[in-house]
Every structure is written in C-alpha cells, then in structure tokens.
Ligand binder design. Structure first.
Ligand code: AMP
Ligand code: FES
Ligand code: ZN
Length: 299
C-alpha cells in the first residue's frame, strides 16, 4: 500500500479515513488533526499556559509531545496515586519522558497528601474507581489553579469520548449530556478543562506514540477490573469496523446538535458553596468529597 500524500511505502492504514500514510505523512496528519481539534473549539491560545495531566499512558504522553512540537507553553502534572504495583512505574515513565523532552513536571504524591489509593481502597465501602476519579479531578483542578495555569489538558481520545457519550446516552443523563465535550470553560473555583485529542482514535494515538518512540506505561490499573467502559469501547470498535468514520460523525453531531439541546433544556445544578475545610466548591453543606475521604482515612 502506498502513502496517499507522497506515494512512498505506507506504514499506517486508517480504515476510518479510507487511506494510508508513510511515517512522516502520518505524523503530519496526527499533528493536523490535533491542531484542528484545538481550533474548532478554541480550546486555548498560543500565549496561554497549559498544564498537561500525564498518567504515563500513550495518550497523555503523545498529547504532551505534540503540544510541545506545536510550541504551546506546557508543563506536565503527574499524580502519583500510591498503588504499589503500578504507581512507581508510571511515575518513572513520566519523569523519564519529561527529562528527555525538557518539559517542566509537577508531581502530586497522593500518599503525602494523605489520600494514597491503596489506603483509600482499604477503608472505602464503595468501588475505588469513582473515589479515585474524584481525587484525580480535585488535584488536577487545585494544582492548575494554585500554579496559575490557564487550562488543564487531559489525554482523552475519540474512543474515550464516544464511549462516555454512549454511556451517558444509555442512561439519558441530561446533566452530563449538557456538559460533555472537549471544552469545559472556567467557572468560579474551577480551571478550564480541555481534551485536545478528541478527534483522534486510540489506534491513531498509539501509532503516533510508537513512531515517536515514546516509552509508555502500559500496565492497566490493578484495581480497575470490571469497569464498564471497555465493553462500550468494544461496541464502538465493532461499529467503526462496520461503518468506518461513524464514530467521529456521531461525536461531532452530538457536539453540534445534541449538547446545545441538552444545555438549553437542563435545569442548572444546585449552587456550589466553598468546602468548610479546603475551600473547594461543593454541593454538600459542610465538607467536599475529598475532605470527607481524608476524614475517613484519619478515623
Ligand atoms: P484515564 O481516566 O485513566 O483513561 O485517564 C484519562 C486522562 O487523565 C489521561 O489521558 C491523563 O491525561 C489523565 N490522567 C489519568 N491518570 C493520571 C495520573 N495519575 N496523573 C496525571 N494524569 C492522569
Ligand atoms: Fe484509580 Fe485505578 S487508576 S482506581
Ligand atoms: Zn474540602
């Protein structure tokens, strides 16, 4: 198979675009897709400071590298979750990547913060993944605000977004459907959140990471067995095989027509008040969910 652009031997075939690329033309294609995703929703500007959340996985590291090559003002943020069998490897991977590419890196150590995931899991009666997600969002937001960044970027790709959309739709969760997307504007107590990889699939991102020789942390979270997203991702994968390009159409159609509809027809949420302990906006009367987790651990 030949590259569609330069007619050299192709190394990546993309069914969804009915095309194939050589290595260099594929890297240009990836960069163009990310730039287009940033421009379409005006995610951020060249002069703004972006904190990129780096888990050590292919998506966040690929995102960080492409933003650096596009000359954005970036720094990395890694949350060391304190899971003995995986966190040290993930952290080493992120530290190695940032050192190699001269990218400033901020690390939040969950054990030092009193919220090590192993300890939280031992105390909690509900599934750890949702508490872990709450803790991650809290520290993404807090660190970006404390350090004065304009936006927090995560490595969510098209497959993540489409499976989340499908899950929200299965439950007709109007509140989530009114907000889901690659851009969540800043509001009091919250930094802007952006997902610049929203136009590229997991397969495309994995190829970029491979061709760029990015050393990635691949082991799945040891606590995440039984999560429902892989099931939805498989469904979407099969849909894409049968109807190439449908995933991106579905998601773009939602952003253009679905989300505005739900945003206009959904009651605003309860007003938030500052947490009495840490000041983080919360719908609860006294403590935010993170301060409650900390209290539980201290008890
Ligand atoms: P996940 O929910 O694990 O698929 O991760 C989605 C995105 O959240 C990743 O692409 C990262 O940008 C970010 N992320 C997840 N875990 C971490 C972490 N431990 N430290 C920093 N960022 C993370
Ligand atoms: Fe948080 Fe697995 S990454 S529970
Ligand atoms: Zn709090």
């Amino acid at each position: 198979m030949k590259c569609r652009i330069c007619k050299e031997e192709a190394v990546v075939a993309l069914q969804s675009h009915n095309t194939a690329f050589c290595a260099q033309c594929f890297l240009n294609f990836f960069t163009h897709q990310v730039s287009r995703g940033i421009a379409m929703f005006d995610l951020f500007q060249a002069h703004e400071r972006i904190l990129v959340a780096l888990s050590g996985g292919k998506d966040s590291l690929a995102l960080c590298l492409v933003l650096k090559e596009l000359d954005y003002k970036i720094a990395g943020l890694h949350l060391d979750l304190g899971i003995p069998s995986s966190s040290p490897k993930a952290r080493a991977c992120v530290e190695g990547f940032c050192a190699k590419h001269s990218i400033p890196l901020h690390i939040v150590d969950f054990v030092a913060e009193g919220v090590g995931i192993k300890e939280v899991k031992a105390k909690l009666r509900r599934p750890i993944c949702s508490a872990c997600g709450t803790l991650k969002r809290y520290y993404f937001n807090k660190t970006a605000l404390d350090l004065g960044f304009d936006a927090l970027a995560t490595g969510h790709n098209l497959d993540d977004e489409v499976s989340r959309l499908f899950s929200n739709t299965l439950r007709w969760d109007e509140s989530y459907l009114s907000k889901q997307g690659p851009y969540l504007p800043a509001s009091p107590g919250f930094v802007r959140k952006v997902k610049p990889l929203w136009r590229v699939s997991e397969f495309v991102t994995a190829n970029y990471a491979f061709l760029k020789d990015i050393d990635i942390h691949t082991a799945p979270c040891p606590y995440s067995q039984g999560a429902s997203f892989p099931v939805l991702k498989n469904l979407m994968h099969n849909l894409e095989l049968a109807m190439p390009g449908r995933k991106l159409d579905f998601y773009q159609g939602f952003l253009k027509r679905g989300r505005p509809y739900f945003a206009a027809n959904t009651q605003p949420e309860n007003t938030l008040k500052p947490c009495q302990k840490c000041g983080y906006p919360t719908a609860a009367e006294d403590l935010c969910s993170v301060c409650r987790i900390k209290e539980l651990l201290a008890s």
